[in-house]
Design a protein around this ligand. Structure first.
Ligand SMILES: Cc1cc2nc3c(=O)[nH]c(=O)nc-3n(C[C@H](O)[C@H](O)[C@H](O)COP(=O)(O)O)c2cc1C
Ligand code: SF4
Length: 301
């Protein structure tokens, strides 16, 4: 938890107790009929500020500019439960597709910055919000990043092509290289050759921009936080007229070779969990793609 940054204006407080009830960590209490900060620690989640009917609460840790958007008209009014059109929400979710055919048209930096703020509306473990966003704003920058990724896979493919090495590693209980060889080696080989031959970018699918989503090491649940923020970005991108694609192929090399994330300015104490390629898209779908049958079960003792 963090230091308390909540302030309550006693002149505005009417003592309804709502902020005390909603505080998840009992930072606030009622004292002589008014709310007071009595705890030392806080999640700085802002529940108290959001629920106060009198506007008596402020949480200093909350940066108001994170809710200000440049490229669209934001609406900061809280939407009551059940007030949104679920059909339209699901339509947006189901219409998002992983784009593999981006146009070269650049994406404005202000759009990318708004997408980062939208990412940050996601929940995070203990509200730590320790996610980080590295914007790769141009095709040139993305190509330079891609070069690092390609060089990683070139070296990996040389190793994976060595049958003796694969067998030895498997023998000592490290079957990963053998699994990679069976599942990815050939596709990666073809992708690398095609890029060398004709510049076709099977990695980022020609995207003109990307956002690399990571998290600082001291986050409570870094992977979950980063991926929830990423999903927000994917959905918002669609609503803003952009295609998107998660590029897991670019995440794995950064996990295995810290120098790659350092090369794009991400320090050692952060981990990368998602690379979201973004751009205007050449794809135009006619209908929503369905999903496979899912396993659903009840547990009712
Ligand atoms: C964690 C993760 C990693 C992914 N990595 C890649 C990737 O490296 N390249 C790619 O083209 N698509 C990648 N995808 C996209 C999936 O292939 C895609 O989500 C899936 O085929 C379903 O299609 P849809 O996203 O259009 O619904 C990734 C998706 C996820 C969730
Ligand atoms: S919600 Fe606002 S008015 Fe109600 S007790 Fe808390 S500070 Fe006072």
């Amino acid at each position: 938890m963090e230091k308390v940054t909540t302030k309550i204006d006693p002149d505005l407080c009417v003592g309804c107790g709502l902020c005390v009830q909603v505080c998840p960590v009992k930072t606030l209490s009622m004292v002589n009929g008014k709310a007071e900060v009595t705890g030392d620690l806080s999640l700085n989640c802002g529940h108290c500020q959001a629920i106060c009917p009198e506007g008596a609460v402020t949480v200093g840790a909350i940066d108001e500019t994170m809710s200000e958007f440049v490229t669209f008209q934001g609406d900061s009014n809280w939407l009551a439960y059940g007030e949104f059109n679920t059909g339209q929400l699901v339509r947006l979710m189901a219409s998002r597709r992983s784009c593999r055919s981006f146009l070269s048209r650049p994406v404005e930096r202000s759009v990318l910055e708004d997408l980062v703020k939208i990412g940050c509306t996601a929940p995070s473990g203990t509200n730590c919000q320790l996610w980080t966003f590295t914007i790769i704003p141009t095709r040139e920058a993305l190509m330079a990043f891609g070069e690092q990724i390609r060089s990683f896979y070139m070296k990996l493919n040389i190793m994976a092509n060595n049958g003796l090495l694969r067998k030895f590693l498997k023998f000592i209980g490290k079957p990963e290289l053998d699994t990679y060889y069976r599942e990815y080696y050939q596709t990666v080989k073809e992708g690398l050759e095609e890029f060398d031959r004709s510049g076709v970018d099977r990695l980022f699918h020609g995207a003109p921009a990307a956002i690399v989503v990571g998290c600082k090491a001291n986050a409570t649940l870094p992977r979950e936080d980063a991926l929830l923020a990423s999903q927000n970005i994917l959905l918002a991108a669609h609503s803003m007229g952009l295609g998107s694609c998660l590029i897991g192929m670019a995440v794995e090399p950064m996990k295995r070779d810290i120098r790659i994330q350092n090369a794009i300015g991400i320090p050692h104490d952060e981990k990368v969990y998602a690379v979201v390629a973004l751009g205007h898209t050449a794809e135009e779908y006619r209908r929503i793609a369905g999903r496979k049958k899912v396993t659903v079960r009840y547990f009712e003792p």
